[in-house]
Ligand binder design. Structure first.
Ligand code: CA
Length: 233
């Protein structure tokens, strides 16, 4: 019982709260519930859950307030659950520190996959701490941070410095949806404008081609149009 992951669900709509908690409990997770932002903060501080599922439209405050509260001190993964579909809402939540974003309505299989991915990030950040140093593997791909070398099934992939840096940054945040502006800031240290997003997209197209990813194929790197990129299988 003690080794169960503890997941805090913050959602004011009772039918969604019940659906999500049932889904998680039947898959072996321990669930704690909150209906408002203020109770969620209290529960979070006393229970320190392993993962948070957060609705943005809460009765007493915007869910963004909760993300900011957690991110003052902790890297606990947060999956935002929302009816809001606009890209700017996703970008704001992600830039405030949410790890991922699921739009209602969603399927159980996809949702549970996102939960597992987010919990993997948690284990990563507590046990191994910050990369680089050592190696990173994802499927057939290996990144050797010391040698700045990327290979697939042992064959080296020739990347430019920028292409390598982009891939390394995404791998350091594997599982997290990174917004365009977060990647651009990490690579070029500038704020995202039309030109830098274009530059990122051109580099990404080259990376995908060199890694042998077919157009439209979601392998290694997932692109959420208008939002950003996530490294994941
Ligand atoms: Ca709501």
């Amino acid at each position: 019982m003690n080794n169960k992951y503890k997941i805090l669900i913050i959602e004011d709509e009772s039918n969604i709260r019940t659906m999500v908690s049932t889904m998680l409990e039947t898959n072996g997770y321990q669930v704690i519930l909150a209906e408002t932002c203020s109770t969620a903060k209290l529960i979070f501080d006393s229970h320190l859950p392993d993962l948070v599922i957060l609705d943005l439209g809460l009765p007493d405050a915007d869910g963004i307030q909760f993300i900011k509260h957690v991110r003052k001190n902790l890297l606990t993964p947060i999956i935002v659950l929302s009816a809001r579909t606009s890209e700017s809402d996703k970008v704001i939540a992600l830039d405030c520190g949410a790890n991922d974003y699921v739009t209602k309505p969603f399927g159980a299989a996809e949702f549970l996959a996102r939960v597992r991915t987010a919990l993997r990030i948690n284990r990563h950040s507590t046990k191994e701490g910050k990369l680089p140093g050592g190696k990173f593997t994802l499927g057939d791909m290996t990144i050797d941070y010391d040698a700045r070398r990327v290979s697939i099934r042992g064959d080296e992939i020739k990347l430019t410095q920028t292409e390598y840096n982009i891939l390394a940054v995404l791998s350091e945040h594997c599982g997290k949806m990174m917004t365009y502006s977060a990647i651009i800031k990490a690579i070029w240290g500038e704020s995202a404008d039309e030109g830098s997003i274009k530059k990122l997209q051109v580099n990404m197209a080259n990376i995908r081609r060199k890694l042998g990813i077919k157009p439209g194929e979601a392998k290694y790197i997932i692109n959420e149009l208008g939002v950003g990129y996530r490294m994941d299988q």
